[in-house]
Design a protein around this ligand. Structure first.
Ligand SMILES: [Zn+2]
Ligand SMILES: [Zn+2]
Length: 302
């Protein structure tokens, strides 16, 4: 054990990782890391047919220049897609994220007049009502409002799965006051907690990834076809952040930048070594259009 620890620290030192990680981390927190082999192993823990496909639906847009999403990029026009994802199994589907109503869209837009697609928003509500479960990449308003301020609360809450970290943010430091819930209200939802990885469904691993928010998690999903997906939520707003290992530069968002930096490095490495893995960022409109065109994502909910 001791020998292994010494071997490991020598290995890390020789890569220059220890000193860099120590500098980058705020006191008391440890560097973020994840292991794709352990994640794949976890995804195989629950028996059953894997999901057959993943759909994406855009219900609104924010128009923000590229420099906010990717530090160092020019202030060129860029569309942030507001989205939900639907993971379809042979006997039902799970929704990833729940969208938001138009008032929250306006609040997030901070005064800007930006498109909100009422038809698509209705499709999101319909899909939430038909889902077996609803789970979240993180606790920001554009992802969770659909299960917090909704006429269908009584119906949706029992199948809404929030992590303890997500609940903690919503109770103590919500992105907007309207999102605040009490512990009593939290008890209507299905609350889970786990350490690093959790087997969630056949082929599906939840990956703890605090950084963008304390309750952020990534989702590894292996499809029946053999293709693997990694839904990364808002770890990157645009995949150029992964390609360039350059995070956001948005003053209105407070992140653990060291943890997000570790995540971008990990994702960048995966994008080079895992040719069968499709990494999907929640808001990258360019990427979604490309993946839908290549039939790697479905472009509508079912
Ligand atoms: Zn977010
Ligand atoms: Zn978001």
């Amino acid at each position: 054990m001791k020998r292994a620890a010494i071997f490991l620290s020598v290995g890390l030192l020789s890569l220059g990782l220890v000193s860099r990680a120590q500098q980058a981390q705020p006191a008391g927190s440890s560097p973020w890391s994840a292991d794709i082999t352990a994640i794949r192993r976890t995804a195989a823990l629950i028996p059953g047919r894997k999901a057959s496909r993943i759909n994406v639906l855009k219900f609104a847009e924010s128009h923000r220049t590229k420099n906010f999403s990717v530090k160092g990029e020019p202030a060129s026009p860029s569309v942030q897609a507001r989205t939900v994802f639907q993971v379809v199994y042979p006997d039902g589907y799970v929704m990833v994220d729940a969208g938001m109503d138009e008032p929250m869209h306006k609040q997030i837009g901070r005064g800007a007049e930006e498109p909100y697609f009422a038809d698509q928003a209705r499709q999101v509500d319909k899909a939430l009502r038909g889902a077996r479960a609803i789970i979240f990449t993180h606790e920001h308003g554009d992802h969770v409002t659909g299960v917090i301020r909704t006429p269908y609360l009584a119906e949706l809450a029992p199948k809404t799965i929030l992590t303890r970290a997500q609940v903690r943010t919503l109770e103590t430091t919500p992105q907007f006051p309207d999102l605040r819930i009490t512990e009593e209200q939290a008890q209507r939802y299905h609350i889970i907690d786990y350490d690093r990885y959790m087997a969630f469904a056949p082929g599906w691993t939840l990956i703890k990834a605090a950084g963008h928010t304390p309750g952020s998690q990534m989702m590894f999903i292996a499809l029946d076809s053999g293709r693997d997906y990694l839904l990364i939520g808002d770890a990157a707003w645009h995949m150029d952040s992964v390609r360039k290992v350059s995070g956001k530069d948005a003053p209105w968002i407070v992140e653990d930048t060291a943890a997000v930096g570790d995540q971008l490095k990990w994702l960048n490495a995966l994008s080079k070594t895992e040719s069968n893995l499709v990494i999907v960022a929640s808001h990258d409109d360019d990427e979604h259009k490309d993946l839908v065109a290549r039939k790697l994502l479905g472009g509508k909910l079912e």
